[in-house]
Design a protein around this ligand. Structure first.
Ligand code: GLN
Length: 375
């Protein structure tokens, strides 16, 4: 925010999110329900659903979010805006509430690729106050938006076109990939064989890290306090302030880290994470950019998935693998389903290759004409 202010930005306010950014629909918010501007009966995605909805509804020029498992790209997809999740460490996390420290990264939303890039350009770079911040030069991302993608090698992972993906989503994403080819890109079929382990691995690592990060909210050393009759009672009352999803994650994570299960769950998840990372490294030895759907579905109805955590978790099945690797990714709108809801194309780049994916999205966006369709 400091960098944005220095760049002359006007801060309009805070946007809604799932509590501690845990969720895929913003329904876990401690405040209100955010609605999708394209259909008010539907969710905006999450966890940065407020940011995506605000940008889609023209309430703001651009917005920030965090993406630990998809929380910028997935709501961007549901709300028909551009959302960038840069490489881990590219943007400072100073001032961001920690969820899962090895996965968290700030991202930017805009209605166009250029807007998203402008915001990103203003805030990318090293910050000594974030020990995971990358001390590498910041390229001129805006100058990289040439729209020229001739000869670009685009990989299409077979594992991302699975059963359960909505036919309209698959059709639109495949059409977008065909458009990239028409613009001069070379399309290659690739494999990311460990993709199916990303969801279970994420739901061990993220809750484990969250349970450690949220341990400080005991009302004694940190956070609000609900006073009780003694210390134990105070901690009990204070910890009961967390919402149900946050409690679920704390319990899952604490269990995965407990003495008898650490190797079995957390330790094993870390090993599989390495395999997922290697999948991406192998892919990026063959191609420059990976193209796939951002989400298997378009925006679902408010309340549809709140009683079934697993179906909620599945909303991020295509965004989670990137967070477990060292890649960057974005969502760019690529059409509408039969209900008129936005569909998103996900473009994934190798470590610090934001300029390449932004330019690919820019080339695509410039070539398409949605007739100025807005919610
Ligand atoms: N939806 C995922 C989760 O609930 C990702 C959240 C995020 O990126 N903050 O953990």
């Amino acid at each position: 925010m400091q960098k944005l202010k220095e760049a002359g930005a006007v801060i309009l306010g805070k946007t809604n999110t799932d509590e501690f950014a845990m969720g895929s629909s913003t329904e876990n918010s401690a405040y209100v329900t955010t609605r999708n501007p394209w259909d008010l009966e539907r969710v905006p995605g999450g966890s940065s659903g407020g940011s995506a909805a605000a940008v889609a509804a023209n309430m703001a020029y651009a917005a920030l979010g965090t993406d630990t498992g998809g929380s910028v790209r997935q709501p961007a997809s549901f709300c028909g805006v551009v959302g960038l999740r840069p490489t881990y460490g590219r943007i400072s996390r100073w001032g961001v509430v920690a969820f899962a420290s090895s996965l968290d990264q700030v991202g930017t939303f805009g209605r166009t690729v250029a807007d998203t890039t402008a915001l990103f350009q203003a805030i990318a770079g090293y910050d000594r106050r974030d020990s995971t911040s990358l001390d590498v030069p910041v390229p001129d991302y805006e100058a990289a938006l040439t729209g020229d993608i001739k000869g670009l090698k685009v990989g299409v992972p077979a594992e991302y076109f699975i059963e359960g993906i909505e036919p309209d989503v698959e059709t639109a994403v495949r059409a977008a990939i065909a458009k990239l080819e028409e613009l001069g890109a070379e399309i290659h079929e690739i494999n990311l064989p460990h993709t199916r382990y990303a969801l279970p691995v994420y739901y061990l690592i993220a809750p484990a890290e969250a349970s450690a990060n949220l341990g400080r909210y005991d009302g004694i050393r940190y956070g609000p306090r609900l006073p009780g009759s003694d210390m134990i009672d105070t901690v009990k009352k204070t910890r009961s302030l967390f919402g149900p999803e946050v409690k679920r994650r704390i319990m899952l994570g604490t269990y995965a880290l407990s003495a008898g299960y650490y190797d079995e769950y957390y330790g094993r998840a870390l090993k599989v994470r390495t395999l997922i990372k290697q999948d991406f490294q192998t892919a990026f030895a063959q191609v420059d950019v990976i193209a796939c759907p951002t989400s298997p579905t378009t925006a679902f109805k408010i309340g549809d998935r709140t009683d079934d955590p697993l179906s909620m978790y599945l909303a991020d099945i295509f965004t989670l693998p990137l967070n477990l690797s060292a890649s960057c990714g974005l969502n760019v709108p690529c059409g509408f389903d039969s209900k008129g809801l936005p569909i998103g194309l996900q473009l994934i780049g190798n470590t610090l290759q934001e300029a390449m994916i932004l330019n690919t999205a820019y080339a695509y966006e410039q070539a398409m004409d949605w007739g100025g369709k807005r919610p």
